[in-house]
Design a protein. Structure first.
Length: 155
């Protein structure tokens, strides 16, 4: 295999793994949010929603960067940035990441703060955990749609 093939394969691996890890982390947040609603005193829930940034989920920022690099590298003959499946993938990524930035991540942060101040307000806990759960579900449905687009490449 030549160097161009190795470079393309490496960037493709970054693209796939970044999507899986970033969007997967948001799905895990949704699962833990459901657990927070059921068992707010759980140590595992408190550890997961500890104060700070969920840096693993930020791997989603590598997805469009590596995707554009793949288009630039030209490893997929006939694929260009203006194709419908590429544009749709970018739009889906923007919607999913916008949901994470505007809804999911702020709710995670507030939930972490609430869980750190015992006893948590159960009404607010329910609201926040549902917000995290529903937004994580939207984000992950968008991710599945984007994966389908990347594999099927409909014209």
């Amino acid at each position: 295999m030549n160097r161009e093939g190795i470079a393309y394969d490496t960037v493709l691996a970054v693209h796939i793994v970044a999507g899986f890890i970033g969007f997967g982390a948001m799905g895990v947040s949704g699962w833990f949010a459901a657990q927070a609603r059921r068992r707010p005193g759980s140590e595992a829930v408190r550890r997961y929603f500890r104060p700070g940034t969920n840096w693993v989920a930020r791997a989603v920022y590598l997805v469009p960067l590596s995707g554009l690099a793949l288009l630039y590298m030209g490893g997929n003959p006939g694929s260009e940035a203006g194709e419908a499946w590429v544009v749709a993938g970018v739009v889906i990524w923007c919607v999913a990441t916008g949901m994470a930035v505007l809804v999911l991540w702020p709710a995670e942060k507030e939930l972490a703060h609430l869980l750190g101040t015992p006893p948590p307000d159960t009404g607010r806990l329910g609201t926040l955990s549902r917000r995290v759960g529903y937004s994580a579900a939207v984000v992950d449905v968008a991710y599945v749609a984007a994966v389908w687009l990347m594999v099927a490449k409909p014209h």
